[in-house]
Design a protein around this ligand. Sequence first.
Ligand code: NAI
Length: 389
Amino acid sequence: MLDKQTIVGVIGSGAMGSGIAQVAAMAGHNVVLYDTNNAALDKAKAGLNNTLQKLQEKGKIANADEVFSRFSFADTLSTFANCGLIIEAIVEKLEVKKAVFTELETIVSADCVLATNTSSLSVTSIAAACKKADRVFGLHFFNPAPLMALVEVIPAVQTNEGLIPAAKDLMKAWSKIPVITKDTPGFIVNRVARPFYGEAIRIYEEGIADMATIDHAMTAGGFRMGPFALMDYIGHDVNYVVTETVFQSFFFDPRYKPSFSQKRLLEAGWLGKKTGRGFYNYAEGAITPAPNADVTLATAILERIVAMLINEAVEALYLNIASASDLETAMTKGVNYPKGLLAWCDEWGADKCLAILDSLYHEYHDDRYRASVLLRKKAFDRTKFIDKN
Ligand code: NAI
């Protein structure tokens, strides 16, 4: 159904769309890249050409011109008539996406399948804009798409079941690592990772430790970046908005509650590294704060945040959001965690993780710290999540 001969259409030539188009062309497809904004399309064209030339110089591809010749650039949707797969990567607004999907259906053939790269919207509600809703599914790439191996494959409620294995195989052919996730807010990565940011901010807001100390505790525990440095890197316009969207989409579950500290940064326009100021000051000559190197404090911080992360992964498993192995793959390949959270729980013992959460729950009387039923079961029966045999 989906193979190398499939012509791939990509809608939206911004950061994600041009990255996805590059991946598809490098995997051998002819690709049509479309945008309503001509300046964005020109920028993508120049950017893709430049990137491919650099890849050739580095010996990563044999012939940049040949790969580039697989692209066509379009400012009208009618050019998608011969596509077999279309991936939408436009602005994150439900009504705009729905309008594009409805229009697409008047142009494409009956067997063309349609994917959305949405990070936070319901794939099911986008599919509902189509008459043939069973051809719609989610393909969530990570930024930058050519470098990040993980792709979350998301069946909508209406999606034809046969489409998902085909999409998974296609992603493998594109040298990606696909995981399958239910159509629930944040899919796997943006859901399970929330406490990495949220719990770090709580610890800071309560005055238990400063940002540099929390960041240090997490990097000493194996994470590539600390939460504050990472939020500044991602940008608060993206990271805060994802947190708020996930919170609202989960019917205001306190587990995902956003923070005022981060909201104020967004309001101030202190978006992080890209604006020179976020949680940290990136101005020339600004003093980098030194962490408190107290090992007991660092251990307490790491264990509190990791216990919250483990609880999210366990709850996602309990609610069948994804398989145990896909949850592990998603967190190690999508956000480069040092190990899978279920394996981490096995290493600690579920009883240790449960004790941390129960102690927080009793201290705060806050549902934010409620332990997953599955974690409680595992602590009781002492079985592991990951069978190593
Ligand atoms: P972007 O702002 O860089 O690019 C969006 C492009 O879509 C722009 O060039 C714009 O002109 C074009 N566009 C807007 N409305 C259009 C329409 N009706 N028809 C055709 N083109 C249209 O955005 P970015 O970051 O590439 O995000 C695109 C999608 O990918 C969003 O749904 C976002 O949530 C998702 N996503 C973004 C990630 C990120 O880290 N930036 C990661 C994963 C998913």
